[in-house]
Ligand binder design. Structure first.
Ligand SMILES: C[S@@+](CC[C@H](N)C(=O)[O-])C[C@H]1O[C@@H](n2cnc3c(N)ncnc32)[C@H](O)[C@@H]1O
Length: 150
């Protein structure tokens, strides 16, 4: 059966507007929007909280995280965490089949969800495991917290 044709499925288009996109000069628009499609079967609960219910976020590409974890398309932890706080419950399992530097797993861990990540690239896999243990790509353990992006 075509899952998406079911009438009891709602969906939302969630948006990340990047304030510092890569400059492009090759006859295209700036790559300053990323979309996330969210599907929900009837009856699936969304959590309350004004701050976690936004459909769009305006935020820069976090150069610090890119450098710390060495992944070119790392997603903002703050946005991922917010979406997961809104859409999942304690002890739910978050599955990210393309987990990269492990952002969604880290977000899940920080908010008390279980998680499962698949990553093809051995280097990014190692980065994710280290990141989950609080270690950056240079083997440094951070004793600081970037509260702006928590
Ligand atoms: C867009 S990146 C994910 C970035 C991630 N959200 C983060 O914040 O770091 C997609 C990742 O999927 C991985 N990938 C591509 N094909 C895959 C596959 N068949 N199985 C597992 N991982 C795969 C790539 O190596 C890449 O790291």
């Amino acid at each position: 059966m075509n899952y998406f044709a079911k009438t009891d499925i709602n969906y939302e288009i969630l948006v990340w507007c990047k304030t510092n996109p890569m400059p492009t000069t090759n006859n295209t628009w700036l790559p300053d929007i990323e979309y996330c499609l969210y599907f929900r079967e009837k009856g699936v609960k969304l959590n309350d909280g004004y701050d976690i219910k936004h459909k769009y976020y305006v935020q820069e590409i976090n150069k610090l995280d890119k450098d710390l974890y060495g992944h070119p398309t790392i997603k903002p932890l703050k946005i991922v965490k917010s979406h997961l706080l809104h859409t999942t419950q304690k002890n739910d399992i978050i599955l990210d089949p393309f987990s990269g530097s492990g952002t969604s797993c880290v977000a899940g861990k920080e908010i008390g969800r279980r998680f499962l990540g698949f990553e093809l690239d051995k280097n990014y896999y190692k980065v994710s495991i280290d990141r989950l243990n609080g270690i950056d790509k240079n083997g440094q353990m951070s004793i600081f917290t970037d509260f702006e992006n928590v």
